[in-house]
Design a protein around this ligand. Structure first.
Ligand code: NAD
Ligand code: ZN
Length: 346
């Protein structure tokens, strides 16, 4: 008899999500069934909930279960799966890649052109169980707190963006104090940056960033960034820039305050193309690196940073049972939240 489970589903092309009974997935050869303990809501899930232009383009075949940030335990192993055991605590890389292209062969799975995303292109983790390929399973050591592992997917984005560059003794500008910007701030401080200055235009977000221990959280809609730089002892500009807002204004401002020879990684995705003065990039000799997803090694790096004392709990602002998922999305849409955790225990 078919087993049923609770899942948060996009029922049809349109706004909203629904808690439904759906069949428990059956792991095929090389796949693993994971029983979900906790999940976290990502900006992508909010796009899907709100049914904005991004969601209209990317969500092709509702009904489907959404969600890709989670921690759980292995419940069943598909045929041929070795090296994993039932009951092991795990999370999962959300990008399922082809293993055959040049980028996959060189370990750069984040650039695989054949990527299938869990919770976007196939059923996701906002359910009692999720099924993923064995190679996407990440073993989670018992010492790591579940509330934090629940959003490791996003921590991976922040880790990839921040650790792109040497940070020891460097002055770092982060534009955008959303959950990922705030997490990145924690990573930069942990990794030995001298000053970490974060900007936003939303006071609630800046307040959360202060709890993460930034040296300055600047509301650029009313404060003067160059003045704050002076107060913080910056002489030649920022050495490293992490763009995490997707805002044209923020990126332009960043380029303007970078030191000559500075390095920028770009994570934020804007909702329209932006223009930039190339002469400034050239004249300053800036290095720009686009960031997509995570590298597999980021899963190890973030686990070890958390074990080494990196505390990411300040970014958690809301915790609900999964049945109250509507409240979680409301919090995310309010612009006042950091990470929202959904608990899947009964
Ligand atoms: P978020 O939307 O919660 O945060 C963005 C923040 O930028 C908000 O707090 C907003 O107020 C702020 N902002 C807007 N205009 C600004 C300005 N002019 N100056 C400074 N800040 C400004 O997003 P998040 O979940 O923290 O993710 C960060 C970004 O990374 C988003 O753009 C998201 O789409 C993107 N993202 C990219 C990848 C990738 O693989 N490249 C993965 C995950 C997220
Ligand atoms: Zn590939």
């Amino acid at each position: 008899m078919e087993r049923l489970m609770d899942a948060i589903v996009k029922p049809e092309r349109g706004p909203g999500l629904e808690l439904r009974k759906v069949p428990v997935p059956v792991p095929g050869p090389g796949e693993v069934l994971i029983k979900i303990h906790k999940t976290a809501i990502c900006g992508t899930d909010v796009h899907i909930y709100n049914w904005d232009p991004w969601a209209r383009e990317h969500i092709k075949n509702p009904p489907m279960t959404i969600g890709h940030e989670y921690v759980g335990e292995i419940a069943e192993l598909g045929e041929g799966v070795t090296g994993l055991t039932i009951g092991q605590r795990v999370s999962g890389e959300g990008h399922i890649t082809c293993h055959h292209c040049r980028n996959c062969h060189t370990g750069n799975i984040q650039w695989c052109k054949n990527t299938i995303s869990v919770g976007v292109d196939r059923d996701g983790a906002f359910a009692e169980y999720v099924c993923i390929p064995e190679s996407n399973v990440i073993i989670i050591e018992e010492s790591l707190p579940e509330d934090v592992v629940a959003f490791f997917d996003a921590v991976g984005n922040a880790t990839h963006t921040a650790l792109m560059w040497d940070l020891i003794g460097e002055d770092v500008l982060i534009t955008g104090a959303g959950p990922i910007g705030i997490i990145a701030a924690g990573i930069c401080k942990y990794s030995g940056a001298r000053r970490v200055i974060i900007t936003d235009i939303n006071e609630d977000r800046l307040e959360l960033a202060r709890k993460m221990g930034v040296d300055a959280a600047v509301n650029t809609s009313k404060e003067d960034l160059p003045l704050v730089m002076k107060e913080q002892g910056l002489v030649e500009g920022f050495d490293v820039g992490l763009e995490m807002s997707g805002s044209e204004d923020a990126f332009k401002q960043m380029v303007g305050v970078m030191r000559n020879g500075g390095k920028i990684s770009l994570l934020g995705i804007g909702n329209r193309p932006i223009s930039i003065d190339m002469n400034q990039i050239i004249g300053k000799g800036l290095t720009l690196q686009g960031i997509y997803g995570r590298q597999m090694d980021n899963w190890h790096q973030m686990s070890y940073m958390v074990q080494g004392g990196l505390d990411l709990t300040p970014v958690i602002t809301h915790r609900y049972n999964y049945r109250d998922f509507e409240k979680g999305f409301e919090a995310m849409n309010s612009g006042k939240s950091g990470k929202v955790i959904l608990d899947w225990s009964k």
